[in-house]
Design a protein around this ligand. Structure first.
Ligand code: SME
Length: 159
């Protein structure tokens, strides 16, 4: 894998379509989870300029902050708490158009306005979640969900 990430001008869908194969190639031949998730977070930030993008990892029955790009964030989240803990408990992706209207939202940054969380599931168990935050309201839709879920499937092999 070359060290250069190819990014294109175009629709969000086209950008994801260009990005996903590169992310696959990026983690090929490397089995270290932290190394891979770090590069994935960087590649997502580099491509889309996300305000915050990163991973929480399931450890001893709680979510613990993993590799991310963005401002400092809360380190531990309990199952069922916040958007991340709810996505974990429900084993589904969650799009939150307005975080102020999500009961129990955990505000790591007061600047965050909308959010998407996608669980990474292996052998029927959630191992991690992908969390992306935006400073804009209603910034995520089913295109993000479809492609981040595709990414989550690829990353499940790391666990
Ligand atoms: N807002 C998340 C917490 C993680 S930060 O956004 C990075 C939540 O409610 O689970």
């Amino acid at each position: 894998m070359s060290e250069e990430l190819q990014t294109i001008e175009g629709s969000k869908k086209e950008q994801y379509k260009t990005l996903i194969p590169q992310l696959k190639a990026l983690i090929e031949g490397e089995d270290d989870v932290v190394a891979n998730l770090s590069n994935i977070a960087a590649a997502l930030r580099q491509t889309f300029g996300f305000f915050w993008v990163g991973f929480y990892l399931v450890k001893n029955d709680e979510l613990v902050l993993g590799p991310f790009q963005g401002d400092i964030a809360c380190t531990r989240i309990q199952k069922g708490k916040g958007v991340c803990g709810t996505a974990w408990a429900n084993e589904t992706s969650i799009i939150v158009p307005n975080v102020n209207q999500f009961q129990g939202h955990i505000a790591c940054s007061s600047q965050s306005q909308s959010e998407i969380v996608v669980p990474i599931i292996k052998d029927g168990k959630v191992r991690s979640v992908i969390d992306v935050d935006s400073k804009e309201l209603d910034d995520f839709d089913e295109i993000d969900q479809v492609y981040l879920e595709e990414l989550a499937k690829i990353l499940s092999d790391l666990f």
